[in-house]
Design a protein around this ligand. Structure first.
Ligand code: CUA
Length: 154
């Protein structure tokens, strides 16, 4: 039955298969080379909808980040240099973005979902978190900051 496939069609099938393999290889290669980690998706729990910063020890923190029109809570996260931070992210309304610009972190905040990623902050500075999914009129004002090694103002 296979011989009814035209030679040209066979060629297209083979080329398509090779291209597909090349795409998959490229994704895996980039994942290894740039050490990109896919965010985890956790089962929904109401406990994650309460914004807070939790200190587990001197250099280990958890941030329960909540996005809503049009802000992130907590909006200022003070941590010491060398900290490892687990971000648990959810939304109270529409889909928002969660982009830590200098850390190559790109997550979505989705109502009824918890996304998690872990970030290390080895250099002092102020890291902007911005919403990079259009979410309505105040979208452009939606941001927060991770402040590494600067004291909280009194
Ligand atoms: Cu939230 Cu754009």
């Amino acid at each position: 039955m296979l011989n009814i496939i035209d030679k040209a069609e066979k060629r297209v099938l083979v080329i398509t298969g090779l291209l597909l393999a090349l795409f998959v290889f490229s994704i895996l290669y980039a994942k290894g080379k740039y050490k990109t980690d896919l965010p985890e998706c956790l089962p929904y729990d109401k406990a994650y909808t309460e914004p807070k910063l939790v200190k587990l020890d001197e250099h280990t923190y958890q941030v329960f980040a909540v996005a809503q029109m049009w802000s992130f809570q907590p909006s200022e996260i003070y941590i010491p240099v060398g900290s490892e931070v687990d971000f648990f992210l959810t939304s109270k309304d529409v889909v928002h973005g969660f982009n830590i610009t200098e850390k190559n972190i790109n997550m979505m905040a989705i109502y009824g979902n918890i996304n998690k990623t872990t970030v290390r902050f080895d250099k002092p500075g102020v890291y902007d978190i911005i919403c990079h999914e259009y979410c309505g009129l105040g979208h452009q004002n939606m941001k927060a900051q991770v402040i590494v090694n600067f004291p909280r103002p009194k």
